[in-house]
Design a protein around this ligand. Structure first.
Ligand code: AMP
Ligand code: ZN
Length: 115
């Protein structure tokens, strides 16, 4: 837990969020600035800054983020139409919050290359 990390603060319920999933290790909440009709952020409660910092011991936890994301995609009815899962890492990818998070985006068409 990092004192000043916005997602650690959400995890500690120090700032509000629209939570869609929570267990002992993982949380998912609605993105405050949605880029698609469905835009959910899935995080581990453990403070890991970015994908570059994942260790071997985190493999199960990171896999769980994807598992939770696909369950939420079904609940939000975007599983059949399609969705995008995104980890942004560091400056060139536009990472703004340095607590690892998986974006679940759905409900519209996405393009490739992503730009
Ligand atoms: P990234 O650019 O991958 O670091 O994405 C960070 C995401 O966190 C952005 O999509 C923000 O809109 C989102 N975000 C920032 N603060 C909050 C918050 N308090 N509650 C929900 N989502 C947030
Ligand atoms: Zn954090």
């Amino acid at each position: 837990m990092e004192k000043d990390c916005i997602f650690c603060k959400i995890s500690r319920k120090e700032i509000p969020s629209k939570m869609v999933y929570a267990d002992e290790e993982v949380l998912a909440f609605e993105d405050i600035n949605p880029q698609a009709p469905v835009h959910i952020v899935i995080i581990p409660k453990k403070h890991i800054e970015k994908t570059s910092d994942i260790t071997e011991g985190d493999i199960g936890l990171i896999g769980k983020l994807v598992f939770v994301a696909q369950k939420i995609a079904k609940e939000k009815n975007v599983s059949d139409s399609g969705y995008r899962l995104v980890f942004n890492c560091n400056k060139d990818a536009g990472q703004a919050v340095f607590h690892i998070h998986l974006h679940l985006l759905g409900g519209r068409k996405f393009f490739w290359p992503p730009g």
